[in-house]
Design a protein around this ligand. Structure first.
Ligand SMILES: [Zn+2]
Ligand SMILES: [Zn+2]
Length: 262
């Protein structure tokens, strides 16, 4: 029986409004035994909780995405803290820096990111990091705010071999998304075999970033297998062992229980 975890998904977004249940059932049928929803804003928290209450094997993190960093406030922090009282809240994030889009100005992004690293330490929860075109500052903030105390994952890894040593020094995990299947993703593909077996995760980041052969379409958790297959090829291991290893790593990072057997 094949099984895998999608370590980062957005199941409550409008695009799943019509068929969310079907998408989730399809994932289970395809052996996606657990799913972690990533938080991006305050508005989606009640919906994420609803999904996690409804499905035993779906968990969630809460955070303010760098795009939304301009909305960071004391109230936002209180709301994230309140959500952390839920038994299936497993992480703080996604949070970080995105200097590619700059939907919030950089200062606001840094402030919100720092505050969320501190919050993760207060709560004793691992971090889900979103970073794009901002590796240096991201490492700096993680170092200064002592993120090593709680650990975390660089989700949707878009770096190359040059950042591998820094990530190893932090002892963080990396999660690969559909981007690793794209033909123009050479640096990511070159970095993929350089991480330790016990530090790699796979994710869809759905509804975005559908892997080949679905690129450009709506993504969903069952497609995590295409990401896993590519990563298995790059690391020269069997798909089943890559799936099992990344699932074990995801459970260790987010302290998920073993899923119910078939
Ligand atoms: Zn992200
Ligand atoms: Zn995401």
């Amino acid at each position: 029986m094949k099984s895998i975890i999608d370590s980062h998904a957005h199941l409550t977004w409008d695009t799943f409004g019509q068929d969310q249940a079907a998408v989730i059932e399809r994932a289970f049928k395809e052996g996606v035994v657990q799913i972690v929803q990533a938080g991006v804003d305050l508005q989606s928290i009640p919906e994420m909780i609803k999904v996690s209450d409804q499905y035993e094997s779906i968990y969630f993190g809460v955070g303010i995405h760098p795009h939304e960093a301009k909305f960071w406030s004391q109230e936002a922090e209180s709301a994230l803290k309140a959500a952390a009282g839920h038994p299936k809240m497993v992480a703080v994030g996604e949070c970080g820096l995105d200097y590619y889009y700059n939907h919030s100005d950089r200062q606001a992004q840094q402030a919100a990111f720092r505050a969320q690293v501190r919050l993760a330490r207060t709560l004793g929860k691992p971090l889900i990091i979103h970073t794009r075109d901002a590796w240096e500052e991201t490492f700096e903030i993680l170092d200064e705010e002592k993120a090593f105390e709680v650990g975390g994952v660089f989700h949707c890894f878009t770096g190359g071999p040059e950042v591998v040593a820094r990530i190893k020094a932090l002892d963080f995990y990396v999660s690969f998304s559909g981007i690793v299947t794209f033909k123009n993703a050479k640096p990511i593909q070159e970095a993929a075999p350089l991480f330790a077996d016990d530090r790699i995760l796979v994710e869809t980041d759905c509804p975005y970033l559908a892997p080949l052969p679905h690129r450009g379409k709506r993504n969903e958790p069952s497609y995590v297998w295409f990401v896993a297959q590519k990563l298995a090829d790059l690391r020269a291991v069997e798909l089943a062992s890559l799936a099992a290893q990344t699932a074990e790593n995801t459970r260790r990072l987010f302290r998920l229980p073993a899923p119910d057997g078939p």
